[in-house]
Each structure stands twice: as structure tokens, then as C-alpha cells.
Design a protein around this ligand. Structure first.
Ligand code: FES
Ligand SMILES: [Fe+2]
Length: 381
């Protein structure tokens, strides 16, 4: 009997991990929470309430009131406290109940969790750790100094809910081939470096010759040609990526910072934030600079939705079948696992330095042939 059926590759997939990653998670632009209101944020399988005290300092506390379970974010900010909408108990940013308006004594154990927070790059972060430890001082979100000098546009910030496990998003770091088929851009250089809590993707690329780059087809009434793209995208921890982008557009060098960060809502959905700040070109006026920033933001948004379209219909796969030009998906996932185990269980191969450059010479020759054939077919239509 031929063993043909036994040779079929079987896709394996466990349930996503039933815990959430340890680390800093960005909740959005800090100023967006300083409107005098409380904000509900569903994350990590629960609900958070975010509010600013009278000094403008932001606090993140557990979102459900331990008195009778009301959603605290539906309450009102009163001075430095958040007053529950149900019976008016007032909660401080440190999580302690400060007052019960109809009682003289506050029960000594009236306390909700106050989450560790910090602000960087004009964004609010919360630290999540199932072990309950305080933030690891070695795990830093780097400050982008240029954002504070006026050289860059303000953040153009967008938030979407994606209904899949967030590992799909992380896989992008090592997935070199999908740029060609999903995003219409081919990589000519691609390198990954993973070390400690940092994972980096360095890519040089250019748009496919047989396709328009999504969203970037028109600017100021004229066609836009992107000649070259250079991107250094770095995850700091499990959920916050800074992508330094530089491209040559119509002969001009355009530089930008892209933030790609997410917060898990539960094990099958996450909030994706995409922020973009573009370096102003000194020879253009504010309006033209704003147009460039918006054009860039649109291109990036469209790019993310190209990924989302794939995630919508794909299955989870724990044993991807790789060819020799695929990036180091397994090593990347091993790096990602460090955030899902107790600190005591972090294995050396999750955090040791790993570096690989994918040799794309052959792939680029094959893509040349594919693009020429496609262009010829389009011309014949
Ligand atoms: S449920 Fe919050 S005060 Fe009663
Ligand atoms: Fe992608």
C-alpha cells in the first residue's frame, strides 16, 4: 500500500495561551484621556477604567466596582477620585475607596487594583503581569526625542478592533514573503534580530512594478511614485512596535515614525492602534506637510487592512511549513513566548541573541520574472 495519505502535512493548532502577555501595553494617546471624563477600556479579559486626577495625572484602575459591580467608567470624575455611577462610592487613583457619601466609615478592604502606568511619546501605557510584579526597569519604551522638537507632525492615530489572537500580528515581524503578495511591495533586504525583550525587522524594499501601492496613488493631483522604502521596525516587549520609515517619494526623502501597538481584549480579539508622525519637509508649507502625513497614514491604514483581510479567513497554525526563503517564524514565536511564561521559566533560547539575514537574491530574480509576465499580460488586455 502506498503511504501517500500519511505524507500529507497536517496543520496543528492549540488554543491560544490562556494568559496575557507580560509587559507595557499602550492604551492610546495620553491627552485623549484628559477630557475630564472616565474611559472604559476592555483589555486582558476584564475592564479597565481610565481617568485623570486634578493634576492631569492619568490613572488606570479595575473597571468594575467591588461594591455591587457597576462599571466605574460610567461614573464621574470628582476632584481626584472616580465616583461610581451606582451608589457614589469614590475611588482614588491608588485604588483605595476614599469616601462613601452615605456612610461615615469606609470598609478597610475597599480597594480595587490600580494598574502601573507611565507616559511616553505622548501615549499612555499600562503594565500587565499575571504574576503581579511591578514593571521591570530593564524593559523600557524608548523615547522618540524628535517628537518633542516640532520637526514632526502630531500623531495621526487610529484604533481598530481585530477579531483574532494577537500572535497573527506578531508573525508579521518575520514574514518576509507576505509583503509581496499582500502589500504589493517586495523586499530586497530583510534581517531579523531578537534579543531579550526586543525583536527587530530591518527591511529595504520597493513597490511591485506591476501594482500600484495601496493608498499612495495620488498626491497634489499628480501620481505618486515610491522609489524605495527602508524600514526598521522594533518591538519593545510583546505589544509596542516603533517603525522608523524612510522612503523616497517622487524623488523626495520622506521620513516617518509608525507606531503599531496592540492590547488584547481577550484571547480571540485585540485592539490595534496605528499612529503615524511624519517629518515635516522644510521647503513645504504646513498644508502640504499635512497632506503628505495624511497620505502616508492612509497608505499605512490600507496596509493593515490588507493583513486583516487575510486574518479573517485564515486558521491558527502552530507548525507552519516553511521554505528556505521564509523568515525565522519559529525563532520569533520562541522569542514571543517569554512574555507568556513566569519570569522564572524564561528559557535562554527565548531571550538569547538571534540574528538572521534572509538571502533574497533568487527570490528577486523570480519576482522580476513574475512582474514582467504580469505586466505583459496586462498590456495584452
Ligand atoms: S456598585 Fe459602585 S458604588 Fe455601588
Ligand atoms: Fe503585513
Amino acid at each position: 500500500m502506498a503511504a501517500v495519505e500519511n505524507d500529507v502535512r497536517i496543520i496543528k493548532a492549540d488554543r491560544p495561551p490562556q494568559r496575557f502577555a507580560r509587559g507595557w501595553h499602550c492604551l492610546g494617546l495620553a491627552d485623549s484621556f484628559r477630557d475630564g471624563k472616565a474611559h472604559a477600556f476592555d483589555a486582558f479579559g476584564t475592564r479597565l477604567a481610565i481617568f485623570a486626577d486634578s493634576t492631569g495625572k492619568l490613572h488606570v484602575v479595575d473597571g468594575y466596582c467591588p461594591h455591587m459591580g457597576a462599571s466605574l467608567a460610567d461614573g464621574e470624575v470628582k476632584g481626584d477620585n472616580l465616583a461610581c455611577p451606582f451608589h457614589g462610592w469614590q475611588w482614588g487613583g491608588d485604588g483605595k475607596c476614599k469616601a462613601i457619601p452615605y456612610a461615615t466609615r469606609v470598609p478597610p478592604r475597599a480597594r480595587v487594583k490600580s494598574w502601573p502606568t507611565m507616559e511616553e511619546n505622548k501615549q499612555l501605557f499600562v503594565w500587565h503581569d499575571v504574576e503581579g510584579s511591578l514593571p521591570d526597569p530593564a524593559v523600557k519604551i524608548p523615547r522618540i526625542e524628535e517628537l518633542f522638537t516640532g520637526e514632526y507632525s502630531e500623531w495621526i492615530w487610529e484604533t481598530v478592533t481585530i477579531n483574532t489572537n494577537c500572535r497573527e500580528l506578531i508573525d508579521n515581524v518575520a514574514d518576509v514573503a507576505h509583503f509581496y503578495y499582500v502589500h504589493g511591495a517586495r523586499a530586497t533586504y530583510f534581517k531579523n534580530t531578537f534579543e531579550k525583550h526586543v525583536a527587530r525587522q530591518e527591511m529595504r524594499g520597493k513597490p511591485r512594478a506591476d501594482q500600484q501601492v495601496a493608498g499612495a496613488t495620488e498626491f497634489g493631483g499628480s501620481a505618486v511614485t515610491i522609489e524605495e522604502l527602508y524600514s526598521v521596525a522594533t518591538y519593545y516587549g510583546p505589544a509596542y512596535m516603533i517603525d522608523q520609515l524612510s522612503s523616497t517619494v517622487n524623488g523626495m526623502k520622506v521620513e516617518a515614525y509608525l507606531i503599531n501597538c496592540h492590547v488584547p481584549i481577550d484571547h480571540d480579539s485585540f485592539i490595534l492602534h496605528v499612529g503615524l508622525a511624519v517629518k515635516k519637509l522644510p521647503f513645504l508649507d504646513d498644508e502640504m506637510n499635512a497632506q503628505i502625513a495624511q497620505m502616508y497614514a492612509k497608505g499605512n491604514r490600507d496596509g493593515f487592512f490588507q493583513d486583516v483581510a487575510v486574518w479573517k479567513t485564515k486558521c491558527r497554525i502552530d507548525n507552519p511549513l516553511l521554505c528556505e526563503v521564509d523568515g525565522p517564524i519559529y525563532q520569533l514565536r520562541r522569542w514571543y513566548e517569554q512574555f507568556y511564561v513566569d519570569v522564572a521559566d524564561i528559557a535562554p533560547d527565548m531571550v538569547d541573541k538571534f540574528e538572521v539575514e534572509v538571502d533574497l537574491a533568487k527570490s528577486n530574480q523570480l519576482w522580476d520574472v513574475e512582474e514582467a509576465a504580469n505586466a505583459a499580460a496586462q498590456a495584452a488586455e
